[in-house]
Design a protein around this ligand. Structure first.
Ligand SMILES: C[S@@+](CC[C@H](N)C(=O)[O-])C[C@H]1O[C@@H](n2cnc3c(N)ncnc32)[C@H](O)[C@@H]1O
Length: 371
């Protein structure tokens, strides 16, 4: 019986009751394939794998009947389940981060004697990350013309362009026929008057026919998608050219190269762990990779934009328009900001980053994928 686990041991390891396991057995959800000589239920490695999937979907809030359909689907193998579970868990974590931000905002408002409306109070529960932080976005996020030029150049002679994860439309080329896709209502509502028409949808399931556009672009959004590979495949399906601006999240490409992640916010490692590498993203669409240097005075306030203007990260408005700061949680954020403030006033930051001051543009792992 070495390769089997008894019901008691499985219950202990998974932190569920034996009664729960008996119930799963009775309804046919996870039926242990063997019995010990004493007649107890015994779980094989395959049974445990199935149980693991069931418990993970359960923890995500799925009902038992729904779970049975998911784990019985012959088209989904263990690896596909792990990918799906991972995406769902990341989504849940981002929602929780969104809720914390919305609650912090309400606490601040209450402390100033401002009562939030019933509508605002209920919004907390529907909080997607960008529903919570999206309203802070326009303060510092705008088109960086030098990077926009690179994207528009890569679009070639495309006349019709789909902009996926379009946000407020910062990088939409003004001289082409653009259609935008954006799942967040808060972001859609902030698109300027006269902006391209915008469809409420997700990259992973684009509501367009095959090859409907000359080109599809995605700027600074792929890292938010639940399933980046599925989203890129969708872009490939609907357009004959694909242009993506993203970052190389590997240790050498990004995390260790940028002083902010290296010296102040090691938590970003947890945010990017297990995400597809930039090479995997590129090979999904058959793209070539082009480095994009960030000018020292970058106009778009994304995460890496202020590499030569470190004081900017002390500004709450700057941080609220950068999702990383919300995703790492308030404790890590406060610790990093306090440490940076100390290092700036003691001269330690300047000493450590002496070589940056002479640079006009920095290579911090940002990449253009062109297919
Ligand atoms: C950092 S913003 C970038 C917005 C815009 N591309 C820009 O550069 O200003 C990321 C955007 O991705 C959107 N997003 C999140 N998940 C998405 C998904 N699954 N499919 C498409 N867009 C998504 C967010 O709502 C948000 O507007």
């Amino acid at each position: 019986m070495e390769e089997h686990l008894t019901v008691g041991r499985v219950a202990e390891l998974a932190d569920v009751s034996v009664r729960t396991l008996h119930h799963y057995d009775a309804i046919g959800l996870v039926q242990p394939s063997a019995r010990t000589s004493a007649g107890y239920r015994a779980y094989s490695a395959g049974d445990v794998e199935r149980l693991r999937e069931v418990l993970a979907y359960r923890r995500l809030g799925f009902g038992l009947r729904e779970i049975a359909d998911l784990v019985d689907d012959p088209a989904t193998d263990a690896v596909a389940h792990l990918h799906r579970l991972r995406g769902l868990l990341l989504d849940q974590r981002d929602r929780a981060a969104g809720m914390v931000t919305a609650i912090d905002r309400e606490l601040e408002a209450r402390a100033m004697g401002i009562r939030t409306t019933p509508e605002e109070q209920l919004k907390v529960f529907g909080a997607q990350l960008y529903e919570a932080i999206g309203s802070a976005y326009p303060a510092t996020r705008r088109t960086e013309p030098r990077i926009a030029a690179r994207v528009w150049d890569a679009l070639g002679d495309a006349r019709t362009v789909l902009n996926v994860g379009a946000g407020t439309g910062s990088y939409e080329p003004p001289d082409r026929d653009v259609t935008a896709v954006e799942p967040s209502a808060v972001m859609r509502a902030q698109r300027p008057a006269g902006a391209a028409p915008c469809v409420a949808a997700r990259a992973e399931s684009l509501p367009f026919e095959d090859q409907s556009f000359d080109a599809a672009m995605a700027f600074s959004t792929v890292h938010h998608w639940q399933d980046p590979i599925a989203g890129l495949r969708e872009m490939r399906r609907v357009a004959r050219r694909v242009v993506v601006f993203t970052h190389d999240a590997s240790d050498t490409g990004w995390r260790q190269r940028f002083w902010l992640t290296r010296d102040y916010l090691p938590e970003v490692a947890g945010l990017v762990a297990g995400r597809p590498s930039v090479d995997q993203l590129a090979s999904t669409i058959g793209a070539r990779l082009e480095p994009v240097l960030i000018p020292w005075d970058c106009a778009d306030g994304f995460f890496e934009a202020y590499w030569r203007r470190p004081e900017a990260y002390l500004d709450e408005h700057v941080r609220r328009a950068i999702s990383v700061w919300t995703r790492v949680g308030p404790e890590a954020e406060q610790r990093a900001v306090n440490r940076l403030r100390d290092d700036l006033s003691s001269g330690r930051w300047a000493e450590r980053n002496r070589d940056l001051v002479a640079l006009d543009a920095a290579e911090l792992g940002l990449r253009l994928l062109v297919a």
